[in-house]
Design a protein around this ligand. Structure first.
Ligand code: AMP
Length: 362
């Protein structure tokens, strides 16, 4: 991008609206502020950790049309930091101001069945799946897909929530009871060797920059550890996974940071999830890459050229700090090589992401 093209981007001092008030919004706001932008957080929770570091805050429900319209009029561009922003809410603000990425990415990511169909239409491979709406349909799907399998609520699942593993047909009744009759997908169990993510940033002009893929280890369905570079098993599947992620971004006419989570399958990468946002498995990029995922998302949505995704060292490791582990903050700080990030959340509840720590080897 030439300097004159950069000059047509949103200038520093502009207001970036962020729908969602969690730690991802917080880290986006810090990056935006560093580049001279102001952020306006829109979130229903009063004690938003993103609002704590932003210049403006609207505390209102996602279905409060008047509040959304006033918010949109106060912003120069709007983005979102989580995929469960109601699509209607996104459409309301998009009538007044550019919404980047657009609401199509939300529609795809909010619905596991649609997500898998979209991934397949983009050339990706997913687990076998079937939509189920009753215990009888679950029984039929289990017979068709085979067990073991995982029952996931079709909407509003994250960090392993809304998921039940079925080992045998004896588990069917209890599994259906556990999801309380919500519409679900039954997903075939993928016998994977490792998990990894492809995180890319797409600029307004369609340019794509991709981060080195982190190898991810989950514990109890929650990300525990991300390491870059990944193991050889992952590295072999990265080119194919990148092609799929880029195709998904292009088909969505995506702007900003997009994450695709993959399993290392026996025949190639198997796409698990599309997250239309910055992602926990990319937090290492804050110190481990020249421009972090947060900076590149802000650059993308403001129409700026992307920063380099190159590694700053030879290896980066990110560990999540979950629940009570946040009480060990002094131990992290006693390590002079540790970059500690705490999200400013009050109560260290079980399973709650409180912060993360990163180490980068030169
Ligand atoms: P999700 O919320 O769909 O990202 O799932 C959380 C974690 O559960 C994944 O990161 C995997 O470790 C595991 N998991 C989810 N779906 C499957 C599957 N179809 N086969 C095997 N493991 C899975």
């Amino acid at each position: 991008m030439s300097v004159s093209e950069v000059n047509r981007a949103l200038p520093p001092g502009s207001v970036i609206g962020i729908l969602g008030g969690g730690q991802l919004g917080r880290m986006l706001a810090v990056s935006a502020t560093q580049l001279g932008y102001n952020c306006h957080i829109y979130a229903p929770e009063e004690n938003s950790v993103a609002a704590g570091v932003a210049q403006h805050f609207t505390c209102a429900a996602y279905d409060d049309t008047a509040a959304l319209e006033a918010f949109a009029r106060a912003c120069d561009v709007i983005t979102y930091e989580f995929e469960n922003v109601p699509v209607e809410c996104a459409k309301i603000v998009a009538r007044h101001v550019p919404l980047r990425p657009g609401y199509k990415a939300l529609e795809v990511a909010q619905d596991r069945a649609e997500e898998k169909e979209f991934a397949r239409a983009s050339g990706g491979v997913t687990a076998d799946f079937a939509l189920v709406g009753s215990e009888d349909e679950l029984r039929a799907a289990a017979a068709e897909i085979g067990l073991p399998a995982i029952l996931k609520t079709n909407r509003f699942g994250y960090d392993g929530k809304g998921q039940v593993r079925l080992k045998s047909a004896d588990d069917i009744a209890a599994a259906w009871h556990a999801v309380a009759g919500q519409p679900c997908v039954l997903e075939g169990f993928v016998d994977f060797a490792a998990e990894f993510s492809v995180i890319l940033a797409r600029a307004l002009d369609g340019t794509i920059a991709t981060y080195d893929s982190a190898e991810n280890v989950h514990e109890n369905g929650i990300l525990a550890l991300s390491t870059v570079p990944a193991s050889d098993a992952v590295l072999r599947q990265i080119p194919a996974a990148r092609d799929i992620a880029a195709k998904i971004a292009q088909r969505l006419d995506y702007v900003g940071v997009l994450t695709c989570e993959f399993f290392v399958g026996t025949g190639g990468p198997v796409l698990n999830e599309i997250a239309p946002r910055v992602h926990n498995s990319g937090h290492w990029s804050m110190e481990g890459a020249v421009a972090s995922q947060f900076e590149n998302h802000i650059r993308g949505v403001c129409g700026l050229p992307l920063g380099s995704t190159a590694l700053t060292g030879t290896r980066a490791e990110m560990r999540n700090i979950i629940g009570d582990a946040a009480n060990d903050w002094a131990n992290y700080l006693a390590d002079p090589d540790c970059h500690l990030h705490l999200y400013g959340k009050g109560e260290p509840r079980e399973g709650r992401k409180m912060g993360h720590a990163t180490w980068v080897a030169k």
